[in-house]
Design a protein around this ligand. Structure first.
Ligand code: SAM
Length: 245
């Protein structure tokens, strides 16, 4: 756990905008055996996505629901469900699994992944939401080979994965291994420190990116230094195919 990772749930008294808090449920860093009920509104009235989320901060920072994960979840719910239908989705650094669980509700075949200590929380959340048929939990450590049972996805989701500088090259390597130039990558990022720019200077050797502009909540979370990016792997022709093998 990286103690200096600021969490908006901890900052209920901090001078952040009321609008932003209306996007997020309250929670605290000392969460232990807590179940959060989250409901996300779709663009179509009466079409809500509800998730029960078991949280436990003791195995690491991923055991609670981070704002970037909630923002990414909220965005994918607002996108037409067709975006996920019959798609293979892989979430990296899933923590509780929230974003991947939402993608599962929306009709995707999903893999939620993280380091070993988080897997039990994710399994519990899959079971609690009855998503066993469409959401698989798997260990995926950034920078290591992709286990053979994890498929190459159509869509990669990542929320709040840029916070620990030694992991920057590992995260880039994993994105490189998983993606091809057609892979849709939604990357929700909270800027915390100047060093974060080193992640982006490593990323730009392999990916281009642009801010997602069709999210009506964008201005609210941008004010809290959170951005939602769409990454695109640079097409290097035949080399690309060899690299992904
Ligand atoms: C700040 S949490 C975000 C969790 C979740 N995506 C969310 O938004 O609530 C960062 C996550 O990245 C995971 N992580 C960090 N380093 C990792 C690594 N080397 N390999 C795989 N996952 C890692 C952590 O275990 C944690 O779950």
């Amino acid at each position: 756990m990286h103690a200096d990772l600021d969490h908006l749930g901890d900052a209920n008294n901090a001078p952040q905008s009321d609008n932003f808090y209306s996007l997020l449920p309250k929670q605290s860093h000392s969460v232990k055996d807590e179940i959060l009920q989250l409901t996300f509104n779709s663009s179509r009235p009466h079409d809500l996505v509800s998730i029960s989320l078991y949280m436990d901060a003791s195995p690491g920072c991923g055991g609670i629901a981070w704002p970037a994960g909630q923002i990414l979840s909220s965005y994918i719910v607002k996108k037409a469900p067709e975006f996920f239908q019959a798609k293979i989705v892989l979430e990296i650094g899933s923590g509780t699994g929230l974003v991947g669980l939402v993608a599962g509700v929306l009709g995707a075949k999903v893999w939620i992944t993280d380091q070993a200590p988080l897997l039990d929380i994710m399994r519990r959340n899959v079971a609690m939401n009855g998503l066993g048929p469409c959401v698989t939990v798997a260990e995926l450590n950034w920078g290591t080979d992709i286990p053979p049972d994890i498929p190459r996805p159509d869509i990669i989701l990542a929320a709040d994965c840029v916070y620990f500088e030694p992991a920057f090259p590992l995260l880039v390597q994993t994105l490189v291994k998983l993606a091809n130039p057609k892979t849709e990558i939604l990357f929700c990022y909270k800027k915390r420190r100047k060093a974060d720019k080193r992640f982006f200077s490593q990323l730009k050797k392999h990916f281009t990116w642009a801010e997602v502009t069709d999210d009506p909540d964008r201005a609210i979370y941008n004010r809290e230094a959170i951005s939602l990016l769409r990454l695109c792997k640079i097409d290097r022709g035949q080399n690309q195919v060899n690299q992904n093998k």
